[in-house]
Design a protein around this ligand. Structure first.
Ligand SMILES: Nc1ncnc2c1ncn2[C@@H]1O[C@H](COP(=O)(O)OP(=O)(O)O)[C@@H](O)[C@H]1O
Ligand SMILES: [Mg+2]
Length: 340
């Protein structure tokens, strides 16, 4: 789990990240990345590499095979470590705090960024590590169609796609829709601001009517941009004195989705059910949906242009990254910070 990753993270050095990055790149082409491939990137003699691989294997960061040849692949933990390493290098954050949520499809942590000025307080952000490929067989199956013989790569791909989708939509919605500000994205993870207040399902509201109106107003604003959350419920809404914020966006759909109507209805139903069960507030779902749609004027052509085939886009992006990583890794003197 992430705790183990954090413990081991401190013991990892520059070369280990090169090893991980070499395996990461190799995993696009190999189920088991051959040691010769890893060595191209690791910039170390074979005996040292073997020693280090054995250590990483014992620490459960990589998994190896000897049959039909000696090869390795990454565990999720190593992939986490790569993302953490990138964020620290970019100064997105400098320290990792407590775990604040483990969902079916994610691990959520607090992270800290040191202030630019020593006198200011550190900033706290949220790091969400996606876990889609690990648990969601449906998602894996869907992405498999795009992988053609690269099934071994599917968890990296699925988790990455989810993170990229989530960050992307958050950038499009913020600040018009009330969501935490998106801060940064890398691999299967995103960084965002901390949502204000606490989860709706945990809270006893004193003025539930006001909050229900506010939630529906945000659903309407989102809809007005051609977007449906598609996993809206009391578990993905934060409430505070100032208002509400909606989180957890990777499964959003656009109005161009063939089931957009049903999905909107389900979102609204979840919210109305919560308020009717907990607060005995009853609203007519048809009236609510009619109100959400009132005045919406979404240009569908524009929408389709803005949301092109995401898988294709991600593939392109990963190809670009690969070229960049190959350049960076092949120069054994650069990248990947100081050795410790
Ligand atoms: N920006 C945030 N601020 C505060 N807490 C958050 C934030 N994002 C996620 N969380 C916490 O982590 C939990 C899981 O995150 P979520 O995005 O809903 O992922 P999942 O798909 O696993 O449900 C949330 O229910 C919430 O309690
Ligand atoms: Mg959630």
């Amino acid at each position: 789990m992430i705790d183990d990753t954090l413990k081991i993270f401190k013991e990892l050095n520059k070369k280990d990240f090169r090893i991980f990055a070499g395996i990461e790149l190799g995993m696009r082409d190999y189920e088991w990345v051959p040691v010769s491939e890893i060595q191209r990137f690791a910039c170390m003699p074979l005996d040292k590499l073997n020693y280090r691989l054995e250590w990483l294997r014992r620490k459960k960061m990589v998994i190896g095979t000897l049959d039909p040849y000696e090869g390795y692949k990454l565990y999720f933990e190593a992939y986490d470590a790569l993302a953490l390493h990138t964020y620290v290098a970019r100064k997105t954050f400098s320290a990792i705090g407590v775990e604040i949520g483990v969902g079916k499809e994610s691990v959520v942590m607090e992270v800290q960024k040191e202030p630019e000025m020593a006198i200011a307080d550190p900033e706290i952000f949220i790091l969400k590590l996606h876990r889609e490929g690990r648990t969601s067989f449906k998602q894996v199956k869907r992405t498999r169609e795009h992988l053609a013989g690269k099934e071994h790569f599917s968890w990296i791909y699925a988790a990455r796609l989810a993170a990229a989708r989530e960050f992307d939509i958050m950038q499009k919605l913020w600040p018009d829709v009330s969501i935490p500000r998106p801060v940064d994205q890398n691999r299967h993870t995103i960084v965002m601001e901390v949502a204000q207040g606490s989860d709706l399902f945990k809270t006893k509201l004193l003025d539930p009517d006001w909050y229900l109106d506010e939630i529906l107003r945000q659903v309407k604003l989102t809809y007005g941009k051609g977007i449906i959350h598609n996993d809206l419920s009391e578990y993905n809404i934060f409430v505070s004195e100032d208002g509400i914020q909606i989180i957890d966006w990777p499964q959003y759909v656009t109005l161009a989705h063939p089931h957009a109507e049903e999905l909107l209805r389900r979102d609204v139903e979840n919210v109305l059910n919560h308020f009717s069960k907990k607060y005995k507030i009853h609203r007519d779902i048809d009236d609510v949906i009619a109100e959400i749609k009132t005045g919406a004027n979404v240009d569908m052509d524009q929408l389709r242009k803005e949301f092109p085939d995401e898988e294709a886009r991600l593939n392109e992006e990963m190809e670009r990254e690969r070229e960049f990583a190959v350049d960076e890794l092949e120069d054994c003197e650069t990248g990947f910070g100081d050795e410790n």
